[in-house]
Design a protein around this ligand. Structure first.
Ligand SMILES: C[S@@+](CC[C@H](N)C(=O)[O-])C[C@H]1O[C@@H](n2cnc3c(N)ncnc32)[C@H](O)[C@@H]1O
Length: 222
């Protein structure tokens, strides 16, 4: 096994460990659909949440779009800031069912909506977080095509398909002074392409959040 493959193997082991997940997120994983429960982008999103939800940016209504099978951010935010009204949503019914199971096991008051991006969303939010698929279909990772696992990772030829769809609509679901924390692993979509898209779709860039030894980036935009 070469060094690159070994690093990937090691990271997959970390991502799949429920003990490590509960150490980082202070959340129990009760059920999952595949081994991994977080990724490099989730780590930068966590840092962004920890550093930016404060007196200057107070959130009453929060939406996590593409919440995944353990409803990571919805649960993390609800546990940390119980007064925030949290909505978690995902495209797939089985992902939503699994997320709901994890939410209910924690007795957390979180609305769960099955929705293709904003199709099933009819409210505005102070904060929207997104860690949507951004891997180009040119990258092959031995994941069978046309599976939920495949579609939760890949996003068209350039990897930008879903990010662009998201950016096209998201501003219509933001309250005045609302913010979007958009997470992208810039190993897959370079930072300059993300910045170009953010500008093209008419957003103002507030901050760019990074973490040492991590290729993922969170763009705070509005
Ligand atoms: C990379 S996972 C992120 C999961 C979780 N938010 C996290 O950070 O660990 C991407 C999620 O987006 C969901 N997704 C993919 N396409 C979507 C769409 N069109 N609308 C809503 N969710 C979508 C997938 O099902 C998957 O759960």
């Amino acid at each position: 096994m070469n060094i690159g493959k070994f690093k990937k193997f090691l990271f997959n082991q970390l991502e799949s460990s429920d003990i490590i997940a509960s150490y980082i997120w202070h959340l129990k994983i009760h059920k999952k659909l595949w081994p991994g429960t977080w990724d490099l982008t989730s780590l930068v999103l966590k840092k962004t949440i920890d550093e930016n939800l404060n007196d200057k940016f107070q959130v009453k209504e929060y939406l996590d779009i593409g919440c995944g099978h353990v409803a990571l951010f919805g649960r993390y935010i609800k546990k940390k800031y119980s007064s925030i009204k949290v909505t978690s949503s995902d495209l797939y019914q089985n992902v939503c069912d699994c997320a709901k199971f994890n939410i209910e096991k924690n007795n957390l008051d979180i609305s769960l909506i099955q929705s293709d991006l904003f199709k099933g969303i009819n409210k505005k939010y102070d904060l929207i977080t997104a860690n949507l698929p951004y891997v180009s279909t040119k990258f092959k990772h031995n994941i069978p095509e046309d599976t939920v696992r495949f579609n939760s990772r890949y996003s068209g030829d350039k990897g930008t398909e879903l990010t662009e769809k998201f950016l096209k609509e998201a501003k219509n679901y933001l309250n005045p002074n609302g913010k979007i924390f958009l997470g992208v692993n810039c190993y897959y979509i370079p930072e300059n392409i993300c910045l170009k898209l953010i500008k093209e779709y008419g957003y103002k860039l507030d901050k760019v959040i990074k973490k040492k030894f991590n290729t993922a980036v969170v763009f705070i935009i509005n």
